[in-house]
Design a protein. Sequence first.
Length: 208
Amino acid sequence: PRILILGAPGAGKGTQSAKITEEFDVDHITTGDALRANKDMDISDMDTEYDTPREYMDQGELVPDEVVNAIVDEALSQADGFVLDGYPRNLEQAEELKGMTDLDVVLYLDVDEEELVHRLTGRRLDPETGDIYHVEYNPPEDPEVEERLEQRDDDTEETVRERLRVFRENTEPVIEYYDDQGDLERIDGEQAPDEVWEDVKATIEDAA
Ligand code: AP5
Ligand code: ZN
């Protein structure tokens, strides 16, 4: 299936996408991970304010559309089934995506804003496996894993607040855009991860 997963920063897109790729054998296309792996890529030949993605990301701003559209276009051309996470983030990107592929299901993980701040400031990542943890909600059992956990550069409270502002301003209209087309599957993202997963899985199975 061709799956789009929408949600605010910290809503659980990465957490659920990991389960989706395993269950449905699709590629995980995530603009955030792709950009983090290329944070110092030289984008100065594009007409951008900064020379690399890093400046945008560390401030919680959107990386210019031109850069991100190219990443998604390339990844989609190589994928059969996919779960797309982190894109589109504004209406221009949504229009762009429409020209690149059809979608079988559009999921929206709905989570309240204060909960998002708590999730993001407590998030930790395993640099070896990419697994996502939380200091309170989902700590690793293995002390060796616990010791190597890292925090994302943009998970400071200040940057988190800015990311949420950018989400409200730029990405909420994208949620409305899919909702207006009658395509949006709203899922209660405040439930425990396994309960969210049950809803996500059932929704994809219904659509496929
Ligand atoms: P990106 O990497 O996409 O970050 P984001 O959208 O801010 O989302 P996150 O990855 O922070 O959250 P998530 O929803 O994946 O949550 P997770 O599962 O990890 O983008 C980063 C930056 O890249 C952007 O700011 C921008 O600069 C740039 N960028 C990316 N795409 C772009 C685009 N299209 N255009 C322009 N710029 C772009 O979970 C979070 C935490 O909560 C974890 O600790 C987890 O364990 C916990 N958790 C998850 N689910 C639950 C649950 N149900 N209950 C309790 N805890 C939970
Ligand atoms: Zn993510």
